[in-house]
Design a protein around this ligand. Structure first.
Ligand SMILES: [Zn+2]
Length: 107
């Protein structure tokens, strides 16, 4: 999961906003956002947007592992589920990091 943000021109706080954009060209060149902390509505350019990975990734992987472990019965299966879940979580994270790099290197 990608998280997109700009730095507030007024208070330098990070403003996160929801978008599915994988590169900057998928965002409007110019758009206004309201800052959560200082409430200023200001104009931003898509080249000021930075992507980062969502912090929930690892937890997501762990939860998924837990679920897989639960689905299969027995102690060994639970351990296998946890390992598998860990692997899935990590590959998600790698994909995310690539997506972040792609976005941040995009024009
Ligand atoms: Zn602000």
């Amino acid at each position: 999961m990608l998280r997109h943000s700009v730095l507030c021109h007024h208070c330098r706080n990070k403003i996160y906003f929801a978008t599915e954009a994988r590169r900057r060209s998928e965002l409007p060149v110019n758009f206004s956002l309201k800052c959560y902390s200082c409430s200023q509505i200001l104009n931003y350019y898509n080249n000021q947007v930075l992507a980062e990975t969502g912090e929930l990734n690892r937890t997501g992987g762990a939860v998924l592992g837990g679920l897989l472990g639960l689905a299969a019965s027995g102690g060994t299966a639970a351990i296998l589920g946890a390992i598998l879940g860990g692997l899935i979580g990590e590959s998600y994270e790698r994909t995310d990091r690539q997506a972040v790099e792609e976005f941040n290197n995009s024009v």
